[in-house]
Design a protein around this ligand. Structure first.
Ligand code: NAD
Ligand code: UFG
Length: 350
């Protein structure tokens, strides 16, 4: 692939792994991020791992003129659109901020692309658009009924993109609904570095393991699941980014507007995650079972067969690899990207 790809949210968790995979696939990469939830250090390490430079633009999608100027100047062949705010609980507390950032940001992006002639886009959607499932595994025809503003934004953006494609079929769009991304690059150099106290299971486990949190709370052990704890479809971030490359290739060969679940199809309970992580890290996690978390479902698991069939994509990495790579990242970087760099190296990105 010799294309120029604009990666919005490129400094973030999934975006940084995608930038690396794109550089390794021979693409020119423009990483755009306002750094509201990321550090430039991730991209410095991406370039170090790839042995190649990318172009970083510290830019907010809400700054429409600057965004348009960047797209006009760089003329990307395609965009992978990761940028957005993503915390479910926060989206309930400050919904207008979420709607403004995620919807207006995306609208600005689409208008700039439309004006400048770029028509190929891969969008980060989420299994959250499904809301509570009627049955598992969930396939792409399941009803869309998100239960929080974060999920509403994703569902609205999906609709915006489908409408843009209907009005102008030269738009080539892949809507990728991620299940639960975890893990890190196997080098241990890049990984997930959440700001503040994490809500999600794996980053929380990581903070307990590294002593930043005293105790893991297990939210409910009375679900109708094999061990009573919640079951999710955890997916290695390296498999996830491979799904994006497969989607770009698919759009090049078969233009259209397509939607795919990206998950493994296999569910793991909270207790299974805890014991797999303990095994990988060789430590015991302090834990306590508490009541259910409001809004949680017992089980959410993907049917990934459409992506298997049409993209030729399949998640290849299992739970042990997810936990091993998470632990390598955490044990090498217990305080995330703030760890080991001299202050003046942090802004050395070209
Ligand atoms: P992340 O927060 O690490 O990355 C998102 C990036 O977008 C951040 O670096 C942030 O600084 C940037 N950003 C936010 N608003 C911006 C704006 N207005 N302008 C420019 N940059 C902006 O999150 P992630 O986990 O890498 O997620 C990437 C995408 O995948 C998000 O859209 C998220 O909703 C989606 N997603 C994530 C998960 C998950 O569990 N991680 C699951 C499903 C979907
Ligand atoms: N859990 C705990 N303790 C914790 C955190 C989580 O027991 O401290 C449990 C939850 O109750 C659930 C499971 O671990 O049973 C997974 O919880 P996460 O918060 O990691 O994941 P969710 O599936 O609930 O939701 C996440 C994100 C959404 C995203 C969705 C699908 O919050 O934004 O995955 O990708 F959209």
């Amino acid at each position: 692939m010799a294309d120029t790809i604009l990666v919005t949210g490129g400094a973030g968790y999934i975006g940084s792994h995608a930038c690396l995979a794109l550089l390794e696939a021979g693409c020119e990469v423009i990483a755009l991020d306002n750094l509201v939830n990321a550090s430039e250090e991730s991209l410095r390490r991406v370039q170090e791992l790839a042995g190649k430079a990318l172009r970083f633009e510290k830019l907010d999608l809400l700054n429409a003129p600057a965004l348009e100027a960047l797209i006009k100047q760089t003329q990307p062949d395609a965009v992978i659109h990761f940028a957005g705010l993503k915390a479910v609980g926060e989206s309930v507390a400050i919904p207008l901020t979420y709607y403004a950032n995620n919807l207006t940001g995306t609208l600005n992006l689409l208008q700039a692309l439309q004006q400048q002639g770029t028509r190929k886009l891969v969008f980060s959607s989420t299994a959250t658009v499904y809301g509570p499932p009627d049955k598992n595994p969930v396939n792409e025809t399941a009803p869309i009924r998100p239960t929080n503003p974060y999920g509403q934004c994703k569902a609205m953006i999906e609709q915006m993109l489908r409408d843009a494609h209907v009005a102008d079929p030269s738009w080539n769009i892949a809507l990728l609904r991620y299940f639960n991304p975890v893990g890190a690059h196997p080098s241990g150099r890049i990984g997930e570095d959440p700001l503040g106290i994490p809500n999600n299971l794996m980053p929380f486990i990581g903070q307990v393991a590294t002593g930043r949190q005293p105790l893991l709370k297990i939210f409910g052990d009375d679900y109708p699941t094999p061990d009573g704890t919640g079951v999710r479809d955890y997916l290695h971030v390296m498999d996830l980014v491979e799904g994006h490359l497969a989607a770009l290739e698919h759009l090049a060969n078969e233009p259209g507007c397509v939607t795919y679940n990206l998950g493994t199809g296999t569910g793991h309970s909270v207790l299974e995650m805890v014991s797999a992580f303990e095994k990988a890290a060789g430590i015991e996690l302090h834990q306590e079972t508490v009541g259910r978390r409001a809004g949680d479902v017992a089980e959410l698991r993907a049917d990934p067969s459409l992506a298997n069939d049409e993209l030729g994509w399949q998640a290849r990495r299992g739970l042990d690899e997810m936990c091993r790579d998470t632990w390598l990242w955490l044990s090498n970087n217990p305080a995330g990207y703030n760890d080991d760099e001299e202050p003046d190296q942090k802004h050395a990105l070209q």
